[in-house]
Design a protein around this ligand. Structure first.
Ligand SMILES: *[C@@H]1O[C@H](CO)[C@@H](O)[C@H](O)[C@H]1NC(C)=O
Ligand SMILES: *[C@@H]1O[C@H](CO)[C@@H](O)[C@H](O)[C@H]1NC(C)=O
Ligand SMILES: *[C@@H]1O[C@H](CO)[C@@H](O)[C@H](O)[C@H]1NC(C)=O
Ligand SMILES: *[C@@H]1O[C@H](CO)[C@@H](O)[C@H](O)[C@H]1NC(C)=O
Ligand SMILES: *[C@@H]1O[C@H](CO)[C@@H](O)[C@H](O)[C@H]1NC(C)=O
Ligand SMILES: *[C@@H]1O[C@H](CO)[C@@H](O)[C@H](O)[C@H]1NC(C)=O
Ligand SMILES: *[C@@H]1O[C@H](CO)[C@@H](O)[C@H](O)[C@H]1NC(C)=O
Ligand SMILES: *[C@@H]1O[C@H](CO)[C@@H](O)[C@H](O)[C@H]1NC(C)=O
Length: 436
């Protein structure tokens, strides 16, 4: 059989920050800092610079990185001459106190990070007007302070341009978290939790954030989800990340039934379920009219996934990730699905007897069945797979497998490699199969 072996080369891409530093030189005003002019922007990076005050930076600075220094107190007018500043990173300092006029002059600032400090949001720590001058701010990160709390709504009233807020979250037993004033942030699309402890997540929790599109509650500890509307009053709500979220009562049922009334497109619940043998009850049925396109429920403890428990796959779903579970059975009709990831499960036995597909046509383009203890496969497993482009069967126990690829006229990559061997990809020429 004619095939070409393609070696996969892993290219580790440098992040922007590192590459910038490579081209930079020590700043003349402080030799702990690196200065670089790039694409008409003047960057000053003083990461780990042992800096305790902010009185030294040139007024043409556009991006100022003061990550991991020893700044404890931001005095009035700390940045008053930096009107060109677009990004200010004060994360991982020892900030205890920010004075009322500390940010005066930063009317063009777009991005501010205060993450990893010791602010406590009391009058003595964070002046109520401190953020008021930041009229252009679009991204604010204020996560991982010693006390988990949310900026009071009086502190954020002037941030009319804010699009993304990353904050520690705490909610009381009424489910309330964000004060009324938050509803004036009409551009706020993205909410991401840092430290996060919520007693109850219910219709109150996000009611003052009606414009949210992306909600990331990963690693939150949630005692309980309330019945009724949780996200359904958010008109733009499209994306939810609950990865590693711990729900103490393991009651995701009311959350999932709330999906019925949303237009959610993408859900990530990676490492969210530790004790549940099935995906959340009626998950797919409750998503049927949402328009969902991508669902990641990988790295959980699921043993079986089939339509008796979850209902049928929503007819808008394109990507379903069930990898790294303990699945011994998967059985769906998958009329519209493009990508099915079943990597690292225990499907060997069931695939020796039949397939994962129930009735109906199939449009799958990518299937990953690697590491499933597969010894043998019946031809019917791949019946109708005429759109398949990538098939991963690596790390299985297949000794002599020649798939019936005649039906897979679009197949580009078939991975049959085994553990402890150099991983290679076997690339079949589509032309070759068309000719046979
Ligand atoms: C470094 O500077 C050189 C010359 O100015 C430029 O070609 C290159 O793209 C820069 N590299 C990075 C990573 O910015
Ligand atoms: C940091 O600065 C203090 C004084 O401001 C000095 O005593 C100390 O040696 C400096 N540490 C380093 C690593 O430069
Ligand atoms: C600010 O820091 C610089 C060096 O980091 C030091 O020389 C200067 O005395 C400090 N100024 C104040 C007001 O602490
Ligand atoms: C800002 O510039 C003014 C005028 O040049 C100067 O008096 C003032 O000390 C500067 N402020 C800071 C914090 O550097
Ligand atoms: C926000 O700040 C925290 C603490 O410094 C950091 O771990 C996190 O990566 C930041 N978020 C983003 C998106 O950079
Ligand atoms: C909050 O921070 C301020 C300034 O560091 C401090 O004086 C105050 O005791 C702190 N309050 C609490 C409740 O931690
Ligand atoms: C939340 O639900 C309760 C009871 O169902 C209702 O009384 C309350 O008005 C709702 N709150 C919001 C913000 O919709
Ligand atoms: C197939 O899956 C294995 C591990 O499960 C992975 O390492 C490999 O990169 C995958 N092959 C392709 C072509 O994606």
């Amino acid at each position: 059989m004619e095939y070409v072996i393609v070696f996969i080369i892993l290219i580790s891409t440098l992040n922007n920050c590192q590459s910038r530093l490579q081209n930079g030189t020590k700043c003349d005003f402080n030799n702990q800092c690196i200065c670089v002019m790039e694409q008409f922007l003047f960057y000053v990076d003083c990461t780990n610079g042992n800096i305790t005050n902010t009185s030294i930076f040139p007024s043409n600075t556009n991006v100022l990185i003061l990550q991991s220094n020893n700044i404890m107190h931001l005095l009035d007018r700390s940045f008053e001459n930096l009107s060109n500043l677009l990004e200010l990173d004060l994360s991982n300092n020892k900030l205890l106190k920010i004075d009322s006029e500390a940010f005066i002059g930063l009317s063009n600032l777009k991005e501010l990070s205060l993450g990893g400090n010791e602010l406590n949001f009391t009058v003595n720590s964070f002046h109520i007007n401190a953020l008021a001058p930041l009229k252009s701010l679009t991204i604010l990160n204020i996560t991982y302070q010693t006390i988990s709390d949310i900026l009071s709504d009086k502190m954020i009233l002037n941030l009319h341009a804010l699009q993304s807020l990353e904050t520690d979250i705490i909610s009381n037993t009424d489910g309330q978290a964000f004060g009324k004033g938050y509803s004036s942030l009409k551009q706020l699309r993205q909410l991401k939790a840092g430290k996060c402890q919520m007693e109850l997540v219910n219709n109150n929790t996000f009611s003052n954030l009606p414009y949210l599109e992306f909600v990331e509650l990963s690693k939150c500890r949630i005692v309980q989800f309330g019945n009724g509307c949780i996200f359904c009053h958010l008109k733009n709500f499209r994306y939810l990340d609950l990865s590693k979220t711990v729900c103490e009562n393991n009651n995701f049922r009311s959350l999932v039934s709330d999906f019925k009334r949303t237009k959610i497109r993408k859900i990530k619940m990676t490492r969210t379920f530790f004790t549940s043998a099935f995906p959340p009850f009626h998950l797919f049925g409750d998503l049927a009219n949402s328009g969902i396109t991508e669902l990641y429920i990988n790295k959980n403890s699921f043993v079986m996934a089939h339509d008796t428990v979850t209902d049928t796959i929503p007819n808008t779903l394109q990507v379903l990730d069930l990898s790294d579970n303990m699945l011994v059975q998967v059985s769906y009709s998958m009329l519209t699905l493009r990508t099915l990831n079943l990597r690292n499960n225990d499907l060997g036995k069931v695939l020796a007897k039949g397939g994962y597909k129930r009735y109906g046509t199939i449009k799958l383009q990518n299937v990953d069945l690697s590491n499933n203890g597969i010894h043998s496969l019946l031809f019917i497993v791949f019946e109708g797979h005429s759109y398949l482009e990538t098939l991963n069967l690596s790390d299985n126990a297949l000794s002599d497998f020649s798939p019936d690829v005649s039906v897979m006229i679009r197949l580009k990559v078939l991975d049959l490699s085994k553990k402890n061997k150099k991983i290679f990809t076997t690339q079949y020429h589509a032309k070759y199969f068309k000719n046979c």
